[in-house]
Write a protein that binds this ligand. Structure first.
Ligand code: SF4
Length: 325
């Protein structure tokens, strides 16, 4: 990997100071840096200013109020996975955090960083010389997408592991900015564009994540398929939250990652509510997933495999959630 380019590093002590610094042109927020520093070393970005959010008091706090959980954006994945209150209330969230990379990464990588992870593509996440030799692509430096050369759109895939579970749990975000904080639902953070998948404006950054108290009896889980079982990004990842009422689904939410440029809630699961989770319901779920995922040739694994595996993971997970605890 190449050496880092020259930049100025700031370590603000308040949300307002951080927002002011990030409003400057060519400024970039950094927390754990496990995604960003690799990208900087690959020359994928060359910000003149890095704003380290790790010095802002409270951003590494985990708090509970009326059963709702609030995670500061700089809470590390290891901290999240080991927190007894989270383990008691949201064990699936701890499991999803533990499924990210290896222990060394999780001790540094943050919840906010995992939600704001850059999109990935086999033609993009490469060294400078590799990309130059293969011709730069549309996302940076070139004018053609090597995955879909006829189009004018980047299809790089979002690969964060926490987002799908937080989507099915109905998480809300606190976004800090120069005009003060605002709250948005998690799905509002993303758009389907691999070159600009976050909706944050200039000077804005993710400050906290609020997860409402789970309804009694809610069953949740997250499953992912990856090339290397111990440490890899998801080729496809599925989260589900299921409420049962006498063997029938009272509520079902499913969300996916790794297949599109954004994590997303599966549309149409309402059709399964009020019904038994039987073979017909799982076949319907299979169809919904296969229709809505859009895996492209952005990994070394075939697109159709990722489509199929997403549908299989969704069916297996929902079938598991139906079983008695
Ligand atoms: Fe580049 Fe296309 Fe890959 Fe986007 S999907 S990173 S434009 S090759």
């Amino acid at each position: 990997m190449a050496t880092l380019h020259e930049f100025v590093l700031h370590r603000p002590q308040s949300l307002g100071d951080a927002a002011t610094l990030l409003a400057e042109p060519d400024a970039r927020a950094i927390a754990g840096g496990t995604d960003l520093v690799t990208n900087l070393r690959h020359g994928l970005e060359r910000p003149r200013t890095l704003v380290d959010l790790g010095g802002i008091p409270g951003l590494d706090n985990i708090t509970m109020n009326d059963g709702a959980l609030t995670l500061g954006a700089c809470v590390t994945l290891a901290q999240l996975a080991m927190e007894p209150r989270v383990q008691a209330l949201f064990p699936a969230l701890c499991a999803a955090a533990k499924s990210v990379a290896g222990p060394g990464h999780r001790s540094t990588a943050t919840v906010g960083g995992n939600l704001c992870l850059d999109t990935r593509c086999v033609y993009y996440n490469q060294s400078e010389w590799w990309r130059r030799a293969h011709r730069y692509c549309l996302k940076r430096g070139g004018d053609t997408c090597h995955v879909a050369p006829q189009g004018d759109h980047c299809h790089a895939a979002f690969s964060g592991d926490l987002a799908p579970l937080l989507l099915v749990l109905g998480a809300e975000l606190k976004i800090a900015g120069t005009t003060g904080p605002r709250a948005i639902p998690l799905e509002g953070l993303y758009r389907e564009d691999g070159a600009a998948h976050l909706t944050l404006g200039r000077g804005e950054f993710l400050a906290a994540i609020r997860i409402p108290a789970p309804r009694p009896g809610l069953r949740c889980g997250y499953r992912k398929a990856r090339s290397r079982g111990a440490i890899d990004f998801p080729l496809a990842g599925v989260a589900a939250a299921l409420e049962l009422d006498g063997g029938r689904a009272r509520a079902l939410r499913v969300a996916l990652t790794g297949t599109n440029s954004r994590p997303f809630l599966l549309a149409g699961t309402g059709e399964l509510e009020g019904k038994a989770i039987d073979a017909a319901a799982l076949a319907k779920l299979d169809k919904l997933v296969q229709k809505q995922v859009k895996p492209m040739r952005t990994t070394v694994t075939a697109s159709n495999y990722r489509r199929q595996v997403a549908a299989v993971l969704a069916q297996r997970l929902v079938r598991e959630l139906v079983q008695p605890a």
